[in-house]
Design a protein around this ligand. Sequence first.
Ligand SMILES: Nc1ncnc2c1ncn2[C@@H]1O[C@H](COP(=O)(O)OP(=O)(O)OP(=O)(O)O)[C@@H](O)[C@H]1O
Ligand SMILES: [Mg+2]
Length: 417
Amino acid sequence: MAADPPSAQVEIEQQLLREPFNAALRSRYAQVLLETLQPEAALAQAELLCSQSVQDAPAHVLAARALQAMAQPEAALARYLRAGTLPGFVPDARLQSLLERAQSTATEAPRLQLVGSSARADVRAIQQVSADKVRFSSIVGMEDLKKTIRLKIIEPYLNPGLFARFRMQSGGGILLFGPPGCGKTMLARAVANECNAAFLSVGISDVLNMWMGESERNLAAMFDKARASAPTVLFFDELDALAFSRSKAATSSARTVVNEFLAQLDGMGRDNRGVLILAATNMPWDVDGAMKRPGRFSRQIFVPPPDAAARERMLQIKLTGVPVSAGLDLSAIARRAEHFSGADIDGLIEIAKECALEASLAGGERGVDPDDFAAAFDRMQPSSLDWLRTVRNVVKYAGDDGTYKDVERYLRQVRML
Ligand SMILES: Nc1ncnc2c1ncn2[C@@H]1O[C@H](COP(=O)(O)OP(=O)(O)OP(=O)(O)O)[C@@H](O)[C@H]1O
Ligand SMILES: [Mg+2]
């Protein structure tokens, strides 16, 4: 990249820092990057736009143009074809000529006919792709949280130069905490996908059991592997298990693992720029204080249970394609599902579907109806309630160091404090 970015670019970058979700601005940014011969950077921006809205035809066209500039005509073409199936598609002269050339030699004529028509199968395929590959757009709700993560984690990672110019810190790991089943693991995966990074997930409790003998060496090897496959998101699930083992550890070997872990973490900011470290826990209060020092997991993010609007949206999305009766009021179900986690809602839907299926087998096919959900509610308890009660005590008796500020706000919102 050129040593001095053009002033138009710097100006947009500054604005983007303030408005990371301004799609028009980001699109202009991608154009500028394209025009100044930075196709890889332009592609990264176009991908961000696409992930913010899968249906954004111009963003897919931008991605296609970037791919074309990167001398990847096939990928460019595939992308352009996809754009052609989306609303708001406007043909692009350069890509159109690429397409015409391909069409004249193509053996796959039917696929190339898609441009300009709204081929349903292809649209479904796109949704499939985004479902397989968790992105921010597949995570329901948490809009503020996604914005914070975008600004504090993804942007610095995708564009370290920009953040260096603003002298912002991006080192250290990030700890996601919150009740079970509310999307921590999903978020970590989505961050990896948004960063176009590899995802390496480590279950700490497995690690400890497995590595009793030569644990530190193996832990170091895990970090090495992450560095070697950089860019990588290295994700430590159940971080509390590690803290637990340290505070209660009888053996010195478990303590050495923790020390090695801390040493690796400390090394990260200095010489391992391509590795982003995330961790998750249900029990942040069990995580050792040493873990939370600056440069380690100093940034902690509360991942709350979904609110009523998010629950309703989840129900809508997860019931797509499932036959439902006309009387089914998703908003009422969402309201009744207070304190249900995302995983609980998956469970609720599964039970309701089973009930409907059973009824259909017994006496003629019918869709999922309110009675099925009533039966499902009888069999399901909201799993985040226990967690919220526990955390309420922690908040009440914890010192006022700001760690649980967001949790406190949430508890007030749901009238538990
Ligand atoms: N915001 C969300 N949007 C869509 N689905 C969600 C959301 N949150 C949770 N889910 C559903 O719940 C499932 C469990 O989520 P996930 O594994 O990310 O939770 P977690 O917070 O990591 O839980 P645990 O603490 O038990 O590890 C997901 O696979 C998904 O189906
Ligand atoms: Mg998890």
